[in-house]
Structure formats: C-alpha cells, structure tokens
Design a protein around this ligand. Sequence first.
Ligand SMILES: CC(C)(COP(=O)(O)OP(=O)(O)OC[C@H]1O[C@@H](n2cnc3c(N)ncnc32)[C@H](O)[C@@H]1OP(=O)(O)O)[C@@H](O)C(=O)NCCC(=O)NCCS
Length: 259
Amino acid sequence: MSTPARCEPVVRRLRDTPDDVRLLGEAYERLYRPQFPDPNERESLDNILDSLRRGGVGDDRYYVAVAEDASGPAGGALGLVIADFLSGPRAGMIEFVVVDPAARRLGLGSRLLDWVERQASDDCRSVGLGPLLALCAELEDPLLVAAAGGQDPVARAAWWSRRGFRALDFPYVQPALSTSQRPVRHLLLMVRTDRADMRACAAPGWVASLVIEYARFAMRRDEPERDPTVAGMLAWLGERSAVGWVPLEPYRGLSHGVG
Ligand SMILES: CC(C)(COP(=O)(O)OP(=O)(O)OC[C@H]1O[C@@H](n2cnc3c(N)ncnc32)[C@H](O)[C@@H]1OP(=O)(O)O)[C@@H](O)C(=O)NCCC(=O)NCCS
C-alpha cells in the first residue's frame, strides 16, 4: 500500500470487535504472511483470533496492536505487532512485528516495540508484580539464515541491536506452534533490559521461566515441561549457573548488503 502523504501514525490495540477482526485479517494476509514463508514459523490466523478473543490467561496478557494513520482509517494497518505479557518471568515477549514496506524508516517499528514495553509494564504493575524485568523477542540467527525476499538477517539483527537488544548465549529452539508444525532451530532469543543485575548475565532460572511460560501461553502447552523441545532447553539451563549475552552488533560485518 502507499503511505499517505500526511501520515500521522498512532498505535492502537485491537479488540474482539467485527471491525478490528476484519482489519487484523487484512493485515495478516498483506503484512504478516509474506514475512513468514516458512510454515513452521507462521502462526495461523485462527490461533491469533482465538488469542485475541481470550485476551489473556490468569495474569498473562495477549496484545495485538496496529500502527495506523490517525487522519483516516481507510488505508488499513501500516504496521502490526503481536506480543505477550508473561507474568512468571515478568517479561514482555514480541511474537512478531512487521511494518508495511512502504511505511518503513518512519519510526513505526520502534513505536510498536515501545508500545508493547509500556503496555507490559503497566500490566506487570497492575497485577501487583512491580516493574517489568525485560522485553524479549525471537530473531533469525544471521549465522544460520540466508538473505531472502529483500530481507537481510544481518541488517535485521543490527536493527534490534540499535534498539538495545542482546541475544542470550543459549541454544534456543522455538517449540512447534502446533502438532502439524515443527520446532524452529534457527532462532536466537533476545532481551532488552535496564536491570543492573542482568547487565553481565541472566539467571538460568529466569530464562527457564521465560521458555516455560512462553510455551504455555503463546504455544498453548498445558504442560510445557513435558514438551521435548522445552525439556531439552531446561536440561541445558539446569547445568549452568549463568547465561551470558551475545551482542548482535558484530554480525554487521557479515552483511549480505540487502536492506
Ligand atoms: C524491522 C522492521 C519492523 C522495522 O520497521 P521500521 O518501521 O522501518 O523501523 P524504524 O522506522 O523504527 O527504524 C528503521 C530506521 O529508520 C530510522 N528512522 C526512524 N524514523 C525516521 C524518519 N522519520 N526518517 C528517516 N529515518 C527514520 C530509524 O532511525 C531506523 O534506523 P536505524 O535502525 O539505523 O536506527 C521492518 O523493517 C519490517 O517490518 N521488517 C520485516 C519484518 C521483520 O523483520 N520483523 C522483525 C522480526 S519479527
């Protein structure tokens, strides 16, 4: 879609209303689906709609938000973010964020991240848990994924790095999104935090809580610890006293030159 000449973007949380469900369906096809050609990484629209309807489980919350032009609703979403607040690890988790190619480099991606962080912070405080500890996200590992569809994984890693994210030095595997999908092994788990006690490393117990609660909430596992993918990560964490950080900046030297 073309970006309106006088674009005044705002971020708006979608709700389970007919208009918002229609907007989400359109944004899913136009923005989300082309970004996830690998069917193992792609969440179904039905699952997203189901989570939107539930809104949350216990203290955990599900967010679907769009960036759109405040001057008129006609053009559809300029950007879309799906994210969670996970009360166990007191973390926000970005499931994915995408901005219309015609509306990139206007600050919308950054705004969507900041919106999730604010929302998760508010929810963390309002359920009585105090400050949010971190904002997290998955990233295709630039060492394992080639440039495709005009997207350079190195440039993408640099984008997250400039927004304060570091990867956990940890063999993360995304559990299968459904019984017909496979675990995804080429992802890094990234974290942005200003906690002094997480500057040098993260506690394995906190990482374990993140992995378990993400699988429980976003991947709908009733007993995440029994999932073989989760169990493998917990076994690895159980043998560590600390999980270090991998800066995302050095990947820059590997750039494939695609922006
Ligand atoms: C990654 C992605 C979400 C970034 O979205 P975006 O809206 O272009 O992001 P921003 O505009 O916030 O930042 C992009 C750059 O534009 C710059 N920028 C922001 N506002 C600007 C403006 N008004 N004028 C010019 N440049 C601007 C930012 O400084 C930033 O540059 P930097 O990274 O060198 O600091 C987008 O490229 C995308 O959808 N990619 C495909 C999906 C994807 O990879 N998602 C992430 C994994 S789920």
